[in-house]
Design a protein around this ligand. Structure first.
Ligand code: PLP
Length: 378
């Protein structure tokens, strides 16, 4: 059993993926080939947003949004304390200050009450200007946008949705990457929609920001490639990666989101009644299940549990072992939201992610769940 079995997907989709890669190589338009434009059009239509701009990875996608908004020194950007490093890294990379805010213990996502408290506190402290919120769709579950959006509007903050793990998720009929003023995703191989290398995309309805992001992504280009009107970066999605994504997209939309939700239900059933706290999906929300993450009882030795499970053939991972505000990279360069981040701290020591993906077999779910319960009880 593998933690994320990308080979299982390749086995199913091999004919169209091989054909897409070979065609792209044969056509020889390795950078900005027609597949890139086609992918952008298909992704924008799928998400229901006017513009999709692909780029080199999900981290660049976030940074491009902040660059287009002109966020930098003196700006405070509110980021959940429980997330992957990139969500906060890009804030520091553009010279702004990340303010880490605690998360909700059931959804693992940004706690709107604590967000508002942190905004007020930064405003009252002076020095930094509240500028934007990065809301992360952690483990595939959309953040609490019905609560977060009005807070952003109330305080005049831009909302950046980090949908790197949430692509394919939804609230009602509204899909992930449609919730932010600008939204981003990642096509890193293990993400819900992954390519065979690095890749990312930015989504927005705003024409002006879309044009700026396109410019920043290609060396700050102006009217043509060798007219450089601003300092940008080199961040493009390769044609081959676009071709791989196009070859995977129908299966992703038509089968894989439903399949991975079926796997989650199987886990829920197999683990119900155990001492574990199972993932919580609010009514009306759909997760794309980048991870299936349980919370262990506080007194369990997680390292020993992982080692025992590994021995029994069940790989597990810890996402994430460290709160963002404790990362050495942010030492002296971040603010912790008022009230601290006690929930994040507890989650970092109790979470455990199990093998997940649309091609995980029912018997493997049963096996993994049984082994976990058996090891927990001994
Ligand atoms: C993976 C990830 C990113 C960064 O994506 P890359 O393509 O690896 O740069 C950003 N935010 C979150 C929450 C992620 O999980």
């Amino acid at each position: 059993m593998q933690f994320r079995d990308l080979g299982a997907q390749y086995k199913v989709l091999k004919p169209q993926i091989d054909e897409a890669i070979l065609s792209a190589v044969g056509e020889g338009r390795y950078i900005s080939g027609p597949q890139v434009k086609e992918l952008e059009e298909r992704l924008a239509a799928y998400v229901g947003v006017k513009h999709c701009i692909t780029c080199a990875n999900g981290t660049d996608a976030l940074q491009l949004a902040l660059m287009a908004w002109g966020i930098g020194s003196g700006d405070a950007v509110f980021v959940p304390d429980f997330t992957f490093f990139s969500s906060g890294e890009v804030v520091s990379a553009v010279g702004a200050t990340p303010v880490f805010v605690d998360v909700d213990e059931r959804t693992f996502n940004l706690d709107p009450v604590k967000l508002e408290e942190a905004i007020i506190s930064v405003r009252n402290t002076g020095g930094l200007k509240p500028a934007a919120v990065v809301a992360v769709d952690l483990f595939g579950l959309p953040a609490d946008y019905p609560a977060i959006k009005p807070i952003c509007e109330k305080y005049g903050l831009k909302l950046l949705e980090d949908g790197a793990q949430g692509f394919g998720g939804a609230i009602g009929d509204d899909l992930v990457c449609s919730f932010g003023d600008v939204s981003t995703t990642s096509f890193f191989p293990a993400k819900p929609l992954g390519c065979y290398g690095d890749g990312g995309a930015v989504f927005t309805d705003d024409d002006e920001w879309a044009a700026l992001i396109r410019s920043y992504a290609v060396h700050g280009k102006g009217s043509f490639k060798y007219d450089n009107v601003r300092v940008g970066m080199n961040s493009r999605l390769d044609t081959i990666q676009a071709a791989v994504l196009l070859a995977k997209l129908d299966a992703f939309i038509d089968n894989e989101i439903a399949a991975v939700n079926e796997v989650a239900l199987q886990y829920n059933e197999a683990l119900s009644g155990s001492a574990l706290i199972l993932p919580y999906i609010p009514t009306g929300y759909t997760s794309s299940w980048a991870q299936y993450t349980v919370q262990l009882p506080g007194d369990i030795d997680r390292d020993a549990l992982q080692a025992a499970l590994k021995e029994r053939g069940v790989p597990t991972m810890v996402y994430y072992p460290k709160p963002m505000h404790e990362q050495g990279a942010f030492k002296g360069g971040c603010v912790v939201g008022s009230g601290g981040c006690a929930v994040t701290k507890r989650l970092c020591s109790t979470v455990l992610s199990l093998p997940m993906g649309p091609y995980v077999a029912e018997k493997d779910v049963a096996f993994g769940a049984n082994e976990l319960i058996a090891v927990l009880d001994c």
